[in-house]
Design a protein around this ligand. Structure first.
Ligand SMILES: *Cc1c(COP(=O)(O)O)cnc(C)c1O
Length: 442
C-alpha cells in the first residue's frame, strides 16, 4: 500500500472508525507469496536456529540460578492448554458458533518474569553477556555456561551497563536477568508502568527512572542516557532484531508441543494464532518463527487496544513508525499497559507486513470481561493486555471476506486449531489481580 497523507486519512472510513475508538478488523487485501514475504524480512531460519542454540548453551546456567526452570532443564517455555469451557461460554455470549479447538498459550506464566518478554528480553541480555564474555576470553562456546554464575563473572559484568525503556514487562524481564548476571541496569518506565513492577526491580538493585509520559518518551530518554556511556548497552525494543529472534524461537517449540498433543496442522487443519501487539517485536518475532515452522497453514493475527492500534495504523497507512495514534487524535490510554504503545516499531511493520494475516482492535471493557470469564471458566488469571487475543476467533468466524480471501471451506474451519497467545499476568500481585478480575462487575 502506498502511504496516505493526513488529509486523505481524515476521509478514510477505517481511520474514522479508529478515531471513534470503535473496534475494527482489517486484513491486507492481497496475499503475498510466503517465500517472497519471508525473504523480505531480511532474517533467516539460520538466524532463528542460532538463537535456539544460544538459549540451549545458557540452559544450564538458567536452571541453576532460576530453580523454577529446573524441571524444564533451563528452557524458558510455557504450557499450551485447552480452553473448551471458555470457547463454549463465548459462543453463547456472542451468539455465534465458534468452531475448531481453542487452546491458550500460557506465556502469561512463563518462568522468571511471567510474560512474553521472558522470551525476547531475556534472550537479548544473554546474547549481550555472551558477546562480552567471548570477547574477553572468559568463555568459549563449548564451555558449561554455569560459569556465568560466579563472582568472577558478576564482577566483570559490573563494569557494564544495560538500559531499556518499557511500559513494564520488558523492564521486568531485562532487569531481572541483567541483575542476576551482575550488570548495572537502568529501566526507563513510562507512566503506564504498574507500581509493583517498579518496586520489584528496585528491590533487585535496578535503577528505575520514572516518566510522566508514554512509552515512546521513556524509550527516547533511555536511548539518550545510554549514548553518553560507551559501556552502556541500550536494548532497543523498537528496532532490535536480537529481541525479535528471541521471540521467534517460539515457532519450532510450538510445533513440537502440537506434535506431542497429536494436533495436526496442514491444509485441512489450519492454525490460527492471535497475538496481542504493543510495539510489535513480540508478536512479530513469534509470527516469524510460526511462519517458518508451519508455512502457509498458520494465520497470524494481531490484537491491539482501541486506544492504541499503532501497528494496524502503521501498516494500513504504509507510514509505519512515521505515524502515531496521536496523529489521528487517539489518546493511547488503555488499561492494557503492555500494549500502550502509540507508535509501532519501524522494523517490524515493514519487515513483517506480508506475513501478518490480519489485525483487529478491542475495547478495554471487553478485555475486562474476557479476563473475568476466563478466570470463571478456566481458573486462569491474565492481565488485561494478555486477553486481547481471546476476541480473535470471533472475527475469523464472522468475516466472510477474510474466509474467502483464504478460500476456507466449512470443513477446514471445523478442523481448525485456534491458539490464543496469553502474554502476561503470572507475576501480578493478588490484590491487583482481584481488581482486574472484578472490575467488570463494578
Ligand atoms: C510487551 C507485551 C506485549 C506485546 O509485545 P510487543 O513487543 O510490545 O508488541 C503483549 N502483551 C504483554 C502482556 C506485553 O507485556
Amino acid at each position: 500500500m502506498t502511504a496516505l497523507n493526513l488529509d486523505q486519512l481524515q476521509q478514510d472510513s477505517l481511520i474514522q472508525t479508529l478515531q471513534q475508538y470503535q473496534p475494527v478488523f482489517w486484513f491486507p487485501p492481497e496475499n503475498v507469496p510466503l517465500k517472497q514475504a519471508l525473504q523480505h524480512v531480511g532474517l533467516t531460519r539460520a538466524d532463528i536456529e542460532d538463537a535456539e542454540a544460544r538459549l540451549q548453551r545458557f540452559a544450564s546456567f538458567i536452571a541453576q540460578v532460576f530453580p523454577e526452570t529446573q524441571k524444564q532443564q533451563g528452557i524458558i517455555e510455557s504450557d499450551l492448554v485447552r480452553i473448551t469451557q471458555m470457547q463454549q461460554c463465548l459462543s453463547e455470549q456472542w451468539k455465534i458458533p465458534l468452531q475448531g479447538q481453542w487452546w491458550l498459550k500460557k506465556d502469561s506464566h512463563l518462568p522468571i518474569s511471567g510474560s512474553i518478554k521472558a522470551r525476547g528480553g531475556i534472550y537479548e541480555v544473554l546474547a549481550h553477556a555472551e558477546t562480552l564474555a567471548l570477547a574477553a576470553g572468559l568463555i568459549s562456546l563449548k564451555d558449561d555456561y554455569r560459569k556465568f554464575d560466579s563472582d568472577e563473572f558478576r564482577a566483570f559484568f559490573h563494569n557494564y551497563q544495560i538500559a531499556v525503556g518499557s511500559t513494564g514487562n520488558l523492564g521486568l524481564s531485562i532487569g531481572i536477568m541483567s541483575a542476576k548476571l551482575g550488570f548495572r541496569v537502568s529501566v526507563h518506565m513510562s507512566a503506564d508502568a504498574r507500581q509493583w513492577k517498579k518496586d520489584k526491580l528496585r528491590a533487585l538493585g535496578v535503577h528505575v527512572v520514572e516518566y510522566a509520559s508514554d512509552y515512546g518518551v521513556a524509550v527516547d530518554q533511555g536511548r539518550k542516557a545510554a549514548e553518553s556511556d560507551p559501556n552502556c548497552f541500550f536494548i532497543d525494543d523498537e528496532n532490535s532484531t536480537t529481541l525479535f529472534l528471541g521471540y521467534a524461537v517460539a515457532g519450532r517449540r510450538l510445533k513440537q508441543q502440537l506434535a506431542e498433543k497429536n494436533i495436526r496442522v496442514d491444509v485441512e487443519h489450519p492454525l490460527f494464532v492471535y497475538l496481542p501487539c504493543g510495539v510489535g517485536g513480540g508478536p512479530g518475532g513469534v509470527s516469524f518463527g510460526l511462519k517458518h515452522a508451519f508455512g502457509e497453514h498458520v494465520h497470524c493475527i494481531f490484537a491491539e487496544p482501541t486506544h492504541s492500534p499503532c501497528m494496524l495504523l502503521g501498516v494500513y497507512t504504509g507510514l509505519h513508525d512515521q505515524i502515531s495514534v496521536n496523529d489521528i487524535g487517539l489518546d493511547n490510554i488503555t488499561a492494557a499497559d503492555g500494549l500502550a504503545v502509540g507508535r509501532p516499531s519501524g522494523f517490524v511493520g515493514r519487515a513483517m507486513q506480508g506475513l501478518i494475516d490480519a489485525y483487529y482492535s478491542v475495547a478495554d471493557p471487553t478485555l475486562f470481561q474476557l479476563i473475568f470469564k476466563l478466570n470463571q471458566m478456566e481458573q486462569i488469571q491474565l492481565e488485561p493486555s494478555a486477553a486481547a487475543g481471546l476476541r480473535g476467533p470471533y472475527y475469523v468466524a464472522t468475516q466472510p471476506q477474510y474466509q474467502q480471501l483464504h478460500h476456507f471451506t466449512p470443513s477446514q474451519l471445523d478442523h481448525a486449531t485456534h491458539i490464543i497467545w496469553a502474554t502476561g499476568g503470572g507475576m501480578v500481585p493478588q490484590p491487583e489481580m482481584q481488581q482486574y478480575l472484578f472490575k467488570e462487575c463494578e
